[in-house]
Design a protein around this ligand. Sequence first.
Ligand code: PGA
Length: 259
Amino acid sequence: MNKLLIGTNLKMYKGIRETSEYLLSLHELTQELINRITLFVIPSFTTLYHARKIISDGSILLGAQNMHPMEYGQFTGEISPIMLSELGMDIIEIGHSERRQNFRETDEEENAKVLSALAHNFIALLCVGETLDQKNYGVADEAINIQIKKGLYGVNPNDINKVWIAYEPVWAIGINGTPPEPDYVSERHLTIKRTLQNLFPDTINIPVIFGGSVNQENACQLLSLDNVDGLFIGRSAWDSQQFVKIINNVLPVWEEKYE
Ligand code: PGA
């Protein structure tokens, strides 16, 4: 059985002190669980050095919320894969909907980041998901498939074991998000799995995790769905105790699924 894959992106919220406290607490509260879960946290850039020092045993995987694909150059304000390697990061989050919507990132740019992240031995966590408009026009699957096919274009099958996909419908994310219907999530995950299978026929399982208004109430049901391989949580995971409550609730659901 694969370990339960569960994590959070702290977005632009916690600074060094808060992130350190959060990680210390999460580390302590999950010590007994850590051989049953793959737990990851993706904090702000400015906290990463301290975060790595605190989680020095690797029990919680740490990631960066973005990365420039080039190793160095005239790219003022950007952070390179070499810099993130130096910080000991495990994961690069690529194409979160807030990056695509607010910073106009394109699939071509996400693709360059995926290839660069893999070349530098990170886990590339590619986020995909349709907008409300695409959902309403009935083109969610088309939109997601384009993001996956372009985002993973040129990925060497030998590197695919370092790719994770997060399906996060844009309309379900954040304060104004609408919690999604399980049937809808299940259908989209199936689409994603089929597309991945077509792209990488020899690969058994590329994890596809779900994110978007996951909370205490809906986490178990979402995780119990076919083809949902884990959860990617925002707001409901930013209090370590609440996060661990969710983990404890969903773990039996996950383990039962693979009995
Ligand atoms: P949310 O965020 O759980 O607060 O909706 C999810 C995300 O942005 O990954």
